[in-house]
Design a protein around this ligand. Structure first.
Ligand code: PMV
Length: 330
């Protein structure tokens, strides 16, 4: 009988979707209606340690030094149940997670959180999962987390069921020197979580049209990345973001995530590109804007963004790698 703590620590980055995931055909298993494509964000780190400890009487979840309860704890407990089932393990765990980027900065922290948790918990439980299986596992915690497992430029292959719905890396981080300038215009927690938002997507009359165009946009985006064609990338990234927000705004009830400052940033980014600067913009389920720039335009764009009225902060991230173990002890 093993009595020692089974422990592992993993690091993962969040990711920004260039082609968005919005809507599931199975909310429980988080099986998406379409594929999606993203870039992992280097330097924004979530580090998670999991210890399956025979002395624990219940799971514990400590986030940035604060003991969690309620919905946050329950989401982690349900996730640990998947890992326990896979490993045939019957022990509670302590999960400690810290991030070096501010929560409420408009960065989908659940992607990094569940990618790191999937890796740390599976290793701590004695499992050596393939990248695809780890991506599938992370998906059960948060859909976009499956793309943070391979990292780099990653595409989530929607598949038809649990077995074939996972993400693969289409290009490593060093393939293309893009920069994500994360423009914080509001630090508040979003009113409607993405988990709730996915459930509303089907109520929009535009969702079917959006979905119909995704294969073409995925193809454009993949080609733009593989050929390092910024103008092509800019067109498709902005179009896809607009489609998702059009669906959000026409759902019942409607979801309005933008503030007037969001519009100001988007308006300026379009103007700067028209003047010849390699910048484009995309917005996730919140008001903050991700400005994607070629490395050589990033310093100029960052200075312009900081000077816009209403901009609170600009964070900077290069393409990042996948989820990895940073310490492992049995
Ligand atoms: O993984 P979730 O359930 O937090 O959904 C993410 C949804 C978006 O960030 C808006 C789009 C995406 O593909 O990341």
């Amino acid at each position: 009988m093993i009595t020692a703590k089974l422990q592992a620590t993993a690091l993962a980055h969040p990711n920004i979707a260039f082609i968005k995931y919005w809507g599931n055909h199975d909310d429980q298993l988080r099986l998406p209606l379409t594929g999606s494509l993203s870039m992992a964000l280097d330097g924004l780190d979530t580090v998670t340690r999991v210890s399956f400890d025979p002395d624990l009487a219940a799971d514990r979840f400590i986030l940035n030094g604060m003991e969690q309860s309620g919905a946050a704890l329950n989401r982690v407990v349900s996730f640990l149940d998947h890992v326990r089932r896979l490993a045939g393990l019957n022990r509670f765990a302590q999960v400690e997670s810290t991030s070096n980027y501010p929560s409420g900065a408009g960065i989908a922290s659940s992607a990094a959180a569940f990618a790191a948790l999937a890796l740390a918990a599976s290793r701590a439980a004695g499992l050596e999962l393939s990248e695809a299986d780890l991506s599938r596992l992370a998906r059960l915690g948060s859909g976009s987390a499956c793309r943070s497992v391979p990292g780099g430029y990653a595409e989530w292959l929607p598949g038809s069921g649990d077995a074939d719905s996972y993400a693969v890396q289409i290009a490593p981080p060093e393939h293309w020197d893009l920069v994500d300038l994360i423009v914080v215009v509001d630090r508040g927690e979003k009113a409607v979580s993405s988990s709730a938002g996915h459930k509303l997507a089907a109520t929009s009359p535009l969702q079917a049209l959006r979905i119909a165009g995704v294969p073409e946009r995925l193809e454009q985006c993949r080609t733009a990345i593989l050929k390092r064609d910024f103008e092509r990338l800019a067109q498709v990234v902005e179009l896809d973001s607009e489609w998702m927000h059009a669906v959000m705004r026409t759902s019942t009830p409607p979801l309005y995530y933008w503030t007037p400052v969001t519009e100001v940033v988007l308006w300026n980014v379009r103007a700067w590109r028209a003047q010849g600067h390699a910048v484009c913009a995309t917005v996730d389920a919140g008001p903050n804007v991700h400005v994607i720039a070629l490395a050589e335009d990033a310093a100029w764009a960052e200075a312009q963004l900081r000077a816009l009225p209403g901009v609170l902060e600009v964070l900077k991230a290069k393409p990042g790698g996948g989820a990895r173990i940073i310490d492992f002890s049995l």
